[in-house]
Design a binder for this molecule. Structure first.
Ligand code: NAD
Ligand code: UGA
Length: 316
């Protein structure tokens, strides 16, 4: 089957491309190398499969590409391209968030409709919930994003649903919860903390550290995307959590255990846009996708630690 992966040079996108190629699919990847972190990191991710005979790559922004040509023969679209940072989505950067996360999605949905794409899987986010009144977060809860980024992810999710409701495009949206693992983005907590453990530098801890996250190992996230393309109900939204909800304080302890290094903690004020807690109710994904995460936090941290030791990603 021919698949399009947007954001193919990114953290999750690069893992998905590897998986689709391993499953025997032909993959077209697009990535505009947005400047959210070092281009060399994205290039090294792309290099992992650039020579694969079933892989084609286009460097461009979705906003300006002729998408009809890009989608020729494509049956499945996996839309991961976006500006992903929560805390950096304030101020002037919102213009880029709006364009990459909302306008690009609308263009791609429109083109997917025109091209007769059979499945459109959208990488949504736990950030659509905001500070939820009830935990775990259920897909039926009211969405009240707490960051400009969350607003853009929810807007794009609504667009996906609209293209399903009005035109019958077979969209499925997956709300990922804080994804980690080898090649994690350098702005994210676990990558920063493991890199600091390796380099003997201090970490920044935002707030009191008692906020919780439902950390999800990247291979589990990829598995959910593959299953959504096969089994997801058209127009549906699914939570994809890792089942490893811990406080950031506990995460720091776990990283000290895995690395054998004590972390020096530089305490900072809580950041605007960060929610207090995330925890996914994955009942719906279990029922429809037969999805359950398989990698627990300790094992996932071990794997990311080995990767940090071997490759060493710079902090930006
Ligand atoms: P990433 O930054 O590593 O990957 C995104 C890629 O998309 C980048 O390589 C970027 O250059 C590319 N891109 C962005 N806008 C583009 C555009 N308009 N045209 C072409 N390419 C573009 O981020 P990631 O962590 O891999 O996130 C992937 C997706 O998953 C995003 O949609 C993000 O919102 C979503 N998500 C991520 C997490 C997480 O914890 N990492 C959690 C929830 C949702
Ligand atoms: C992550 C991703 O970055 C988003 O792209 C995604 O949409 C979101 O998950 C999601 O679940 O939808 P976040 O939960 O903020 O966002 O992930 P981290 O950057 O790993 O932060 C986790 C926690 O650690 C937050 O409370 C943050 O404030 C804290 N943190 C982060 C620190 O204390 N110090 C740091 O240097 C970085």
């Amino acid at each position: 089957m021919r698949c399009l992966v947007t954001g193919a040079a990114g953290f999750i996108g690069s893992h998905l491309v590897e998986r689709l190629l391993a499953d025997g699919h032909a993959v077209v990847g697009i990535d505009g190398f947005v400047d959210n972190y070092d281009r060399s990191l994205k290039e090294s991710q792309l290099a992992l499969y650039a020579e694969h005979p079933q892989f084609e790559f286009v460097e461009d922004f979705i906003e300006r590409r002729d998408l009809g040509t890009l989608l020729e023969g494509v049956e499945r679209v996996f839309h991961l391209a976006a500006l992903p940072g929560v805390r950096s989505s304030w101020g002037d950067s919102f213009e880029d968030y709006s364009s990459h996360n909302v306008y690009a999605t609308q263009r791609l949905l429109e083109a997917a409709l025109g091209a007769g794409v059979a499945r459109f899987v959208y990488a949504s986010s736990s950030s659509v919930y905001g500070d939820a009144a009830d935990l775990p977060m259920s897909e039926d809860a009211r969405e009240r994003p707490h960051s400009p980024y969350g607003v853009t992810k929810l807007a794009a999710e609504h667009l996906a649903r609209l293209y399903h409701r009005n035109y019958g495009l077979a969209t499925v949206s997956l709300r990922f919860f804080t994804v980690y693992g080898p090649r994690q983005r350098p702005d994210m907590a676990i990558q920063r903390f493991l890199t600091a453990a390796r380099d003997g530098t201090p970490i920044m801890l935002f707030g009191d550290g008692e906020q919780t996250r439902d950390f999800t190992f990247v291979a589990d996230t990829v598995e959910s995307m593959v299953r959504a393309a096969e089994l997801g109900q058209e127009g549906a939204v699914y939570n994809v959590g890792g089942g490893s909800t811990v406080t950031v304080n506990r995460l720091i302890e776990a990283i000290e255990e895995v690395s054998g290094c004590r972390l020096e903690v530089d305490r900072q004020v809580a950041q605007r846009g960060d929610v207090r807690d995330t925890c996914a109710d994955t009942t719906r994904a279990r029922a429809d996708l037969d999805f359950a995460p398989t990698t627990q936090l300790r094992e996932g941290l071990e794997r990311q630690w080995q990767h940090v030791l071997a490759r060493g990603n710079p902090i930006r």
